[in-house]
Structures are given as C-alpha cells and as structure tokens.
Design a protein around this ligand. Structure first.
Ligand SMILES: Cc1ncc(COP(=O)(O)O)c(C=O)c1O
Length: 417
C-alpha cells in the first residue's frame, strides 16, 4: 500500500521557465539552436576581477571556501550589504536586520512561511511573478489579485487595493519593483500611498526587488525608507552581479521579524552557499568595481531592450510599455490572437517547436494577461533578439494568412494558475 503524503504539495507547480528549458534542452540535443527570450537569465557574467579573485582563493590550502557559515550569512557579507544599501538606496539597517538566503526563491519561501497563517488574505498584482501564485496556495493563503493594467502603465490601483482590504484578515501586500513580468518601476506616489495603507491597516508589504539596480529610466523606490516597520524586502544576487546558479539572496526588515525569518531560513538550508558569499562580499566591498559593473550591465541590457522594442513595434497590433527596469517586455497581442481564436500558450509552444524561439505565455503571470507574451531581453545578443522577434512576427503573419483557427492544445505547459 502506498503511504500517504501531504496533499498541500500538489498546489506546487513546475515553473514555466523550467518547463520551457526542458524542451529547449531536448531541442539542443537534436542539434537545434534555440533563441532564448524566455528566462530572466543575465547575459553577462560577474566582473572579471572577482572571478580572478576566486581563482586565486581556490589555490589556498584551507577550508575557507568550503566550511559551514553562520546561518544568516557571514558577518562580513551582511556588513557589506548594510553599507551597499546605505550607498545605493539611502537605506538604514543594521546587520541584525539582514538575513542572507539561498537565492530569491528562498527569500520568498522563508518570508511567507514566517508571516502567513492558513486563511490569511494576501493582495498581489495581476500580473505578477509566477512564483507567488504557487507558493501562496501552498501556504493556504487566500489570494486577492488586483489587476494592474497596461493602460495604466501596470501601476497598482491604490483605491482597488484599499477596497479589497479586510481588517483582521488581510495580512500582506506583495509588490515587485522593478517588476517581473512588466518591467514597470513603482511610482513614488503610489509607493507612498501603499506605505500609508500598510501602516494604517497594520499590513506587511513584501517588497520583492531583485532587479533594483537594473533600471534604465526612472529611479527605483526603496519601500523600506517609507514604511520601515511594515516592509520586508526580498533581494537576490541572481541578476546583479549575475550568479543565478550559485543561489544567493538576502532579506531585510524590522529586526524582530528578521529573527524569526532567520530561524525558518536555518531550518530549510542551514546556511547559504559559502563560495557565493565570499564572491559577493568581494564584489560589494569593491565600490568602484560594483558601480562600474552596474553601469556596464545597464548599458548592455538597455541596448538589448531597445532593439527588442524596435522589433516588437513592427508587429502590427502588439502593445507594450517601455520597461523602466528589470529584464522583460510584456506584450499584449490580444488584438492579433483573439480574432483568430488562437490560444497564447499554444502560440508560444508553436513558436518554440517550429521557429526555435522560446518566450513565456502571459497566463502564468495572471488571468488578466492571458493574451500576452513575456519576452526577456538580457540573455541574447541584439542580433539574435532581432531574429527571434522577427520569427515571432512571421509566425503571427502565417497564422493570420492561413486563418488557422484553433491550434490543438498539447501538454507542454501542464502548469496553469
Ligand atoms: C520578482 C522575482 N522574485 C524572485 C525571483 C527568484 O529569484 P532567484 O532566481 O534568485 O531564486 C525572481 C527570479 O526571476 C524574480 O523575478
């Protein structure tokens, strides 16, 4: 007889980027060259200087790079983070308010595990980063999605948020800025209103800011500066300096709650990876190098973003906002696909299999974006971005020409909201 298991696990789903990557891997094995416009994967490695530092450190006959570390991270790294936050964002926190974790996903998990009880209501944007839909269901939260529309630049609707709050039941607002999947930066006015709401109603703002240094136009708002008692900030080193596979991130917030988050974090992984902590400490401590790298990454990604916008603009009927930050273009193709009765998820599958271009369907980010596709621009060169978007345009034109109504659903994307 099969022993039972915790059925809450069934609310977890494979992320769409993993689903796409599985297929890409297979296509690559068949010798096919896929243009990757699907993942938020940095296209440039960390600065050479820190990689050279690491290659020297690897020669040491010591346990320095391999040992356990304190569970909230090395003190030297947490000090470097405190100084970095002060320098780039004017954020005033002490080392006791910082917990280093095993990547951005782990910061989400330990924070939600700490602040939520089953049945708590959580307000989140529709669309938002796909990781939240799963995780909130797993923690048995009641989801309250509030549509952030393209027509309003994907800015949160403050009045709608306020109206959806139920005193004593609503626990948190989740906000991502610069945003995944839309690339919008939170307006300062909106951020101020949200911080006032959080303070008035005694809510948490879980502020997810892994792209905070990747801004192209406009300034990133540091929510903690507006509502220090109510903000828990989630951060990752996956995007800057670009070590997603090395799994490192950090959380900061009010000291009392960080103590609890640290316990959850310790219970999951004991400590974050030692090598990644050393590397990032060197990176953050070398201020000149850090600033140079941010400027370089921004300029490379901005050029890629601009090329992508230029190409997408050639698709008649496609709509998007210019992303002020992050790594994505969220493209509304409703006016193209609806008249043809084409399902966007199936379209992305067709694009991958027939044109060898990977993008993500909008439905994974929220119901309101089921006729959108998310294109990411940091990974590929401008030439390949041009080619990828051109193939998308060609596919849409082919479908339009054939008036091909309804492509059969297949099982590529098993996960859905
Ligand atoms: C908004 C947001 N939060 C969290 C994460 C997870 O970060 P990580 O890749 O470091 O686990 C991502 C990753 O893309 C993200 O875009």
């Amino acid at each position: 007889m099969k022993p039972p298991y915790n059925v809450d696990v069934d609310s977890l789903r494979e992320s769409p980027t993993r689903a796409v990557n599985r297929i890409v891997e297979r296509l690559k094995r068949e010798g096919k060259d896929v243009i990757m416009l699907s993942t938020g994967e940095p296209g440039i490695p960390p600065p050479l200087e820190v990689r050279l530092w690491l290659s020297e450190a690897l020669k040491e006959e010591s346990m320095r790079l391999y040992s356990y570390t304190p569970s909230p991270g090395f003190l030297s790294l947490r000090e470097a983070i405190v100084d970095d936050l002060k320098d780039i964002g004017g954020v005033d926190v002490s080392v006791d308010q910082v917990v280093v974790a095993t990547g951005g996903q782990a910061t989400m998990f330990s924070t939600l595990a700490t602040i939520l009880s089953p049945g708590d209501e959580v307000i989140l944007m529709d669309p938002t980063y796909f990781g939240y839909w799963n995780l909130l269901s797993y923690f048995k939260a009641e989801l309250k999605p509030i549509v952030a529309s393209l027509d309003k630049g994907f800015q949160p609707d403050v009045e709608a948020i306020k109206e959806s709050i139920v005193k004593g039941k609503t626990r948190a607002i989740i906000m991502v800025s610069p945003d995944n999947p839309t690339g919008r930066l939170l307006d300062l006015d909106v951020a101020k209103s949200l911080s006032e709401i959080a303070v008035d109603y005694g809510l948490w703002i879980v502020y997810d800011e892994p792209y905070k240094t990747l801004t192209y136009e406009g300034e990133h708002v540091y929510m903690y500066n507006l509502a220090p008692e109510n903000t828990i900030s989630l951060n990752a080193f996956s995007k800057d300096p670009g070590i997603p596979g090395w799994r490192l991130g950090y959380i900061y917030g009010p000291g009392w709650v960080m103590k609890k988050i640290a316990l959850v974090s310790e219970a999951i992984t004991y400590n974050p990876p030692s090598v990644a902590q050393h590397l990032v400490t060197v990176y953050l401590r070398n201020r000149e190098l850090r600033k140079r790298h941010i400027e370089y990454a921004r300029s490379v990604y901005m050029r890629r973003r601009d090329v992508m916008m230029e190409e997408v603009s050639k698709i008649s009927g496609a709509r998007y906002i210019k992303p002020g930050g992050a790594m994505f273009l969220m493209v509304d193709i409703k006016d193209i696909v609806e008249p043809l009765n084409v399902d966007c998820t199936l379209l992305t599958e067709k694009l991958l299999r027939e044109k060898l271009v990977a993008v993500l369907p909008g439905e994974f980010f929220g119901k309101s974006t089921k006729n959108f596709i998310r294109l990411s621009f940091p990974t590929e060169t401008p030439e390949r971005i041009r080619e990828g978007v051109k193939r998308l345009r060609e596919l849409l034109e082919e479908i339009e020409e054939k008036e091909n109504k309804g492509i059969k659903r297949s099982s590529l994307f098993e996960a859905s909201l």
